[in-house]
Design a protein. Structure first.
Length: 267
């Protein structure tokens, strides 16, 4: 199918902006993405019009594609006839994890509003991923300490993955055209376990990233389930208490979060 064919299909079906639907139109980009799953069992979240799915069916061993939109699911079932493809209809995050048994990589052009959920979903598994995401979101993933974009996402991404910047994808490669450009990143998982309590503490600290750590902990007292007096005493025992979280390496923030969790017996 040509670019114009995909646009016509999208126009005929209608676009649900509430579902974050911006469909990739560039088959060369889709082919490049599919190379990362060559000979592998691939998960695709939101196949949309199927431009990436078609390429994956050529290069991958098996494709598990999950589509929430009933109209797109029906179209894909009719248009894509491949023994390699297993097409599932439903909310990706509500599907039983056993459906993805044997998956070796995720390759997806994901709706922007699902980016954080996908990152944390991947963080609980040990498979790599090639994702096309909003450029601004990728800037937070790739940000280093001391930069404006350094955030909770930067810390968690750095701790859980080696994040590789692959290429930029201008907005004109999608329909409808989004307001921002995208970027493709490749995530290689690290063997680091971050349980929910650790992520919660990191989030609380980074919500006050430009304050000194001791003040960030005091300001996070409610979220930690303690009073400000106890928080102040705890903060005084922490390393880097006089430094600002946005200037600390992810490993230092992890050590602080682990210390807080241990002291407060957080679960």
């Amino acid at each position: 199918m040509e670019r114009s064919d995909y646009i016509n299909v999208a126009r005929n079906l209608g676009v649900h902006r509430s579902m974050g639907q911006n469909f990739l139109l560039n088959s060369e980009i889709a082919a490049m993405e599919s190379n990362y799953g060559k000979g592998m069992t691939v998960i695709e979240l939101g196949p949309g019009l199927g431009i990436l799915t078609r390429e994956l069916c050529r290069s991958a061993k098996k494709v598990i594609a999950v589509e929430k939109d009933e109209r797109l699911f029906g179209m894909l079932g009719s248009e894509l006839k491949s023994k390699k493809l297993r097409l599932i209809m439903g909310d990706f995050f509500e599907i039983d994890s056993s459906e993805f048994d044997g998956a070796q990589i995720m390759i997806s052009n994901i709706p922007y509003e699902l980016s954080s959920k996908v990152i944390y979903w991947l963080g609980s598994r040990e498979i790599p991923a090639l994702l096309c995401i909003q450029k601004e979101f990728s800037a937070h993933m790739l940000a280093r300490p001391g930069s404006r974009d350094y955030s909770k996402l930067s810390v968690v991404s750095s701790l859980k993955f080696n994040v590789h910047n692959i290429r930029e994808v201008p907005a004109g490669n999608f329909y409808p055209r989004p307001r921002v450009d995208s970027r493709i990143v490749y995530l290689v998982p690290k063997k680091v376990v971050l349980d929910p309590s650790i992520i919660r503490v990191i989030s609380l600290i980074m919500n006050h990233k430009k304050k000194r750590l001791r003040n960030a902990v005091v300001d996070s007292a409610d979220g930690l389930g303690i009073g400000k007096v106890q928080a102040r005493k705890l903060a005084q025992t922490l390393d880097h208490s006089d430094e600002r979280p946005f200037q600390l390496e992810p490993s230092a923030i992890l050590e602080i979060a682990e210390r807080i969790r241990k002291e407060l017996a957080l679960e």
